[in-house]
Design a protein around this ligand. Sequence first.
Ligand SMILES: NC(=O)c1ccc[n+]([C@@H]2O[C@H](COP(=O)([O-])OP(=O)(O)OC[C@H]3O[C@@H](n4cnc5c(N)ncnc54)[C@H](O)[C@@H]3O)[C@@H](O)[C@H]2O)c1
Length: 368
Amino acid sequence: MTSVRKICCIGAGYVGGPTCSVIALKCPEIQVTVIDKSKERIAQWNSQKLPIYEPGLDEVVQKCRGKNLFFSTDTKTAIKEADLIFISVNTPTKTFGNGKGRAADLKYVESAARMIAEVATGDKIVVEKSTVPIRAAESIMNILRANHKPGVSYQILSNPEFLAEGTAIEDLVNADRVLIGGQDSPEGQAAIEELCKIYEHWIPRENILTTNIWSSELSKLAANAFLAQRISSIKFPLSTQICELLDEGAVLHIYDPKVEETQIIQDLTHPTVTNNPENVKSRISIYKNAYSATKNTHAIVLCTEWDEFIELDYTQIYADMMKPAYIFDGRKILNHDRLQRIGFVVQTIGKKLIRSAISRAWGSQTQA
Ligand SMILES: NC(=O)c1ccc[n+]([C@@H]2O[C@H](COP(=O)([O-])OP(=O)(O)OC[C@H]3O[C@@H](n4cnc5c(N)ncnc54)[C@H](O)[C@@H]3O)[C@@H](O)[C@H]2O)c1
């Protein structure tokens, strides 16, 4: 079914372990090797007591381990042999520098990219599965390009993970949505196709959504932003998440029918929210209505429940946006069926969308 014969996953953690176990279960003809720099972690994956507990995981691992699922510290061999490599390493919050305390630290992602650059000898599809800031794929690509070797070529894909701890296997086996972002070139599309073919072993094609890398990365961050807003009771979480998007290079058009421009700027430049108020100011523009604010944008993030937002002419808004046009309904107040019929990619939290093509409720309290 697919020309990918061998998969390697860098990072045998909460995401890499269960995801690759399910891929091995559903794709018996593909050899899946999960590698980690931690010898202890790999030893646990190879033991009777797995390093994480997830309902259903033990059974999947028992069935596949030693057949087409392997856990190893031999990173070089696994990377060298793989046609497709998932980067599924941890992305802790930065403890220094720009974005300290807020932005994700890419040091492990970058070290994984360096490992690939060092040992790869043929063509590789590199898939970022870790939750990364927007444009992380570019930084992975820069590392790979800077270490270019003859006869080696790379395609980078973004395939964010939305599983939640506690329901990881259920979320993976019955995923009602998979998101894959790739480069807008024939080679990029071919790489997307290869990853689609893997998921198509058990996920209906209409539930596999393909887009560009940037939109895919943004989707995950926006889903997390809603989550932070929902579970936090302090005043600034939304502003903090907005500043995180700004740190990553996003440009924001803001419209709020009830909050004055000066108040919005004051909230977004508060010292508890950003240490770079000038950067924030230079990247936001405040608009007088929703139509001008959404014109020529990639995504709408709905953060407040004003009735006005329910009654907008979304057909007109869609026509004026860049495509694919995303709408993140952080308040769950919009008619999602209608928006999907118009053409929007709709994302929300805490509720399943009805339509089959895009039916997954993104996010849960434990998602990262
Ligand atoms: N845990 C969740 O529920 C969840 C859900 C969705 C997305 N995510 C995201 O997925 C990513 C992975 O999360 P996780 O929970 O699996 O992390 P984790 O900490 O459980 O596992 C990461 C593993 O990567 C290994 N690692 C780091 N650098 C390495 C390198 N260069 N070579 C080999 N191994 C290396 C670490 O030793 C560790 O075992 C993060 O970006 C996270 O934000 C997590």
